[in-house]
Write a protein that binds this ligand. Sequence first.
Ligand code: GDP
Length: 426
Amino acid sequence: MFDKKTTCMVVVGAQWGDEGKGKLVDVLAEQADFVVRYQGGANAGHTVVIGESQFILRQIPSGILHQKVTCIIGNGVVLEPENLFSELDQLGARGIDTTGRLFVSDRAHLVLPYHKLLDAASEKSQNLGTTGRGIGPAYEDKYGRRGIRVTDLRRVKCAPHLLTERITRANRLLEMMGSAERASLEAHIELLERLAPRLLPLAADTGLMVHRAIRDGRRVLLEGAQGALLDVDHGTYPYVTSSNTTSGGAAVGAGIGPTAINGVLGVVKAYTTRVGNGPLPTEAESPHGERLRELGGEFGSVTGRPRRCGWFDATVVRYAARVNGLTGLAVTKLDVLDTFAEIPVGVAYRLDDASCEEMPSEVDALGRVKPIYEVLRGWEKPTGTARRLTDLPSGARSYLDRLEALAGVPVRYVSVGTRRDQIIEV
Ligand code: GDP
């Protein structure tokens, strides 16, 4: 997808996350010089399979698996430093040298243990299905203007001053929420002092780095986490994540201007899944849902939670195309549908007996919609060895053509298996 005109590209999830962005970024990173994560935290889990090895990367962009790529964790991310270090150690143990190739924005906010305590306590009352990793409370602190940023570690001698009020506040909240847990000021001071020497050498003005890279004609990939329907503004609020997952968030979270971006690739599964609570209009009935889950290995890579599974929902993808300005689609996991004789596709909704072609803003309304299905014939042949569109069974090509027409965005990639080579560039 990179060419003379397309040098700065965003890869976003165009459903509810887990679309296989990790694999797409891994494939595209081969042509990239920089890969930038722009939002979210350690709640994302990109899974990349290389040979016999499986890498689950929660914070480090999956581009790190390519030796010539420089990776950046942008200002829009909330960073959990200990998790970052353990990811770095795991990569190191598997022979992947990250020296001088990973930078962290000094404007990124830190996720600290007290955020996790708050997350666990509020999940008990709100039941939004969060991963409990402190991401939401860290973003709340960011927007409440009481967050702690990577750059603050440069003044780590001031740690008690930085932390006292925040820990007191967190403990007051924990008490109010009926939690018996309390955050320890001493433990947090000790933590910041311990983190600083390892994190600060990675810290940089990464917006400036990305700006210069673009100016110098380098190829930059901006990697989103989660998906459009989990965007805090455009998703199925309140069952959303705490950041802007959509492509607008890429400019803000990477620290560049929106005019620098010239391509937006939306990753979609050939069907639909969602983790956690909230409406999922095309959720498949038993036994099809279970079958999709088993065949697609639809269990969360961070939490192991079974994902809810359903059919491709064109209303969702059309909406995602609009709010992201998608210029291309990557359809993943086509192979998961290989054995289905018939494949329903949700083409529109009915809401309270009226037709509904756009995504309702109210979650209750989305919970009430009834999908209108078009049932397409399956191909009932394996697709995993296809490397060109013409290698695919004609039923699979018709299926892709239909998805493309419904979404209104050209299909640029088709993924037919977990491995790096199992991809078709259209
Ligand atoms: P991400 O967060 O969007 O990167 O998605 P995840 O990594 O959580 O989920 C994608 C899962 O699907 C991973 O286990 C991938 O190895 C797997 N995957 C990606 N593309 C394909 C594909 O085309 N076919 C199959 N069967 N699995 C795939």
